[in-house]
Design a protein around this ligand. Structure first.
Ligand SMILES: Cc1cc2nc3c(=O)[nH]c(=O)nc-3n(C[C@H](O)[C@H](O)[C@H](O)COP(=O)(O)OP(=O)(O)OC[C@H]3O[C@@H](n4cnc5c(N)ncnc54)[C@H](O)[C@@H]3O)c2cc1C
Length: 441
């Protein structure tokens, strides 16, 4: 039997088959130099291997226990290898697969699958050596198609599985990159302030996504952009999550931003645009910045300029961005810019109720306007893929082609950050292997 793709789900299937059906010969065809290249990069090299809340977690834990991989779970349910090393995860799984007799053919790419009339399959694959390019045919009674999606193509996932599955009669829901950064209009040298000044800074906060309803007038893009147009003041966010936000050279990144990107699939046929979304960042989610301002504006800090409050509360570049934004925008709305200096130079004791409202609008709802999602190169996961209507959810077997299994990210199933995508890869690989083992018994 053959497994196409030596990533997370393919490796799990290989090991599970080796443990449950030692008599079966298992071949893994992997187009990269070695299996598990993407796995090695997961969790920034630490591998967020699973999530305690993921479907099938008991089965996944049993699998890791069977191969001697120690796992630890943090307070949020995120599971990591005890070594916190993705490279160790790859070596434990591949060594175990090899010791169970599984054969790896690396730097070999599956290019065509043919279903044979009498049953079974023929796989055409291509490889190169010093004598040039070659192709070969491998016969298999079962195939586990574990080629992954299209995200992070430098790890070998270039969407080959979609073509192979389509050629066997499957339909594919258009793949789009998700768990990725969001490019925003504020990163523009022509806008004051240019959000590039925050590139490289990480901060914690609550990020929320709002979507303009049909008929709602856009407030952006306009020729005179205000950074604080205070869009949707009374609207419930479409998505909200607290966590670490990374400002990059193009816009926003970080786990909560990645999770947000999953919800920003555009229905282009209905004319949806990224500009229909608005992101608000609450930099002070724990409490009321107005209360904080009121407390510091009395007593010994009363003479301090407003800007010192931002420098005390936020990272330097974030403070600078808020100060420049307020000077540019709030200053225009108050008497401050009538030759009286910058808005943020105002002493705390002189702040009016309207000044405090404007400051709080900036701190509790700093707005960013998406213009695009980062593409395949930066995305961690693919949304879309082989239609789940055509795959048995329990065994991962194709409902159209008996003996063909479609595992992991190749199927139209994606999850938020937190170990859920790897959980899905392990579980579908194990389930496919168990089904094959049961058929062979
Ligand atoms: C940088 C990064 C970090 C991530 N971190 C996490 C994390 O911490 N936790 C988490 O849950 N998820 C994480 N993910 C997502 C997770 O890695 C994937 O969802 C998971 O690896 C998918 O497993 P898979 O088996 O479907 O495919 P993959 O692991 O992508 O493996 C597919 C394999 O198939 C091979 N292949 C493709 N086409 C062919 C072909 N024609 N012939 C032969 N071989 C082929 C590829 O080379 C690849 O090795 C991360 C993703 C990235 C990119």
């Amino acid at each position: 039997m053959a497994i196409i793709g030596g990533g997370a789900s393919g490796l799990a299937a290989a090991v599970e088959l080796g443990m449950s059906s030692p008599e079966l010969s298992v071949l893994v065809i992997e187009k990269m130099k070695e299996p598990g290249r993407k796995l090695r990069a997961t969790g920034s090299g630490r591998c967020n291997i699973a999530n305690a809340e993921a479907a099938g977690i008991e089965c996944i834990k049993e699998f890791f226990s069977d191969i001697g991989l120690m796992i630890k779970t943090n307070r949020d349910g995120l599971m990591y290898p005890y070594s916190e090393s993705a490279a160790n995860v790859v070596s434990i799984i591949t060594d175990r697969a090899a010791s169970l007799g599984c054969e790896f053919c690396c730097e070999e790419e599956a290019i065509k699958i043919k279903k044979c009339e009498g049953g079974g399959f023929e796989i055409e694959s291509a490889y190169k050596d010093k004598d040039g390019s070659h192709s070969m045919i491998t016969e298999a009674n079962y195939i586990i198609l574990a080629c992954g999606g299209k995200a992070a193509p430098n790890y070998g996932t270039t969407g080959d599985g979609y073509r192979l599955a389509k050629e066997l009669g499957h339909s594919v829901v258009t793949p789009v990159p998700v768990l990725t950064g969001i490019e925003c209009a504020e990163w523009n040298a022509n806008i004051v302030p240019d959000a590039h000044i925050m590139a490289g800074t990480r901060t914690t906060g609550r990020i929320s996504l709002y979507k303009r309803e049909a008929g709602e007038a856009p407030t952006y893009p306009t020729t005179e952009k205000s950074v604080f147009p205070n869009e949707y003041p009374n609207k419930e966010p479409f998505f909200t999550e607290k966590g670490e936000i990374q400002f990059t050279k193009y816009g926003l990144s970080g786990i909560c931003v990645f999770n947000m990107s999953r919800l920003m699939r555009l229905n282009k046929e209905e004319g949806e645009r990224f500009e229909d979304y608005c992101i608000k960042l609450n930099l002070f989610p724990e409490g009321s910045f107005a209360d904080y301002l009121n407390s510091v504006s009395q007593g010994k800090f009363a003479d301090n300029p407003l800007k010192t409050v931002f420098i005390s509360a936020f990272k330097e570049s974030v403070a600078r961005y808020i100060i420049e934004s307020l000077n540019e925008n709030a200053g225009c709305k108050t008497a401050m810019n009538n030759g009286a200096g910058d808005f943020c130079d105002k002493s705390l004791y002189r702040l009016s109720a309207e000044d405090i409202r404007l400051v709080c609008e900036a701190v509790h709802g700093l707005e960013f306007h998406p213009i695009n999602l980062r593409g395949w190169k930066d995305a961690q996961v693919t949304s879309g893929g082989v239609s789940m209507n055509e795959i048995d959810k329990k065994t991962a077997e194709s409902k159209l082609v008996k003996g063909l299994y479609i595992t992991g990210e190749l199927a139209d199933r994606d999850f938020p950050c937190g170990g859920f995508n790897l959980s899905n890869a392990w579980l579908t690989g194990i389930s496919a292997a168990d089904d094959i083992a049961a058929k062979e018994r």
